[in-house]
Unconditional design. Structure first.
Length: 60
């Protein structure tokens, strides 16, 4: 299964509450933090919501 490496590159301060909740659900607690997730449709949907706040890389 493919993994996705997600890095928060922009702050959630001043963003709508929905964006803040998605960032927290992804496990990102602070700026420049990186987490890895399995590549699933639900994770892809979450990343699409906050695509302007994160950087996503595929990990083989």
């Amino acid at each position: 299964m493919t993994k996705l490496r997600v890095t928060q590159v922009r702050s959630g301060i001043g963003r709508p509450g929905k964006h803040k909740r998605v960032i927290a659900a992804l496990g990102l607690r602070h700026h420049q933090m990186t987490v890895e997730h399995d590549d699933t449709p639900s994770i892809r949907g979450m990343l699409h919501k906050v695509r302007h706040l994160v950087r996503v890389e595929e990990v083989k």
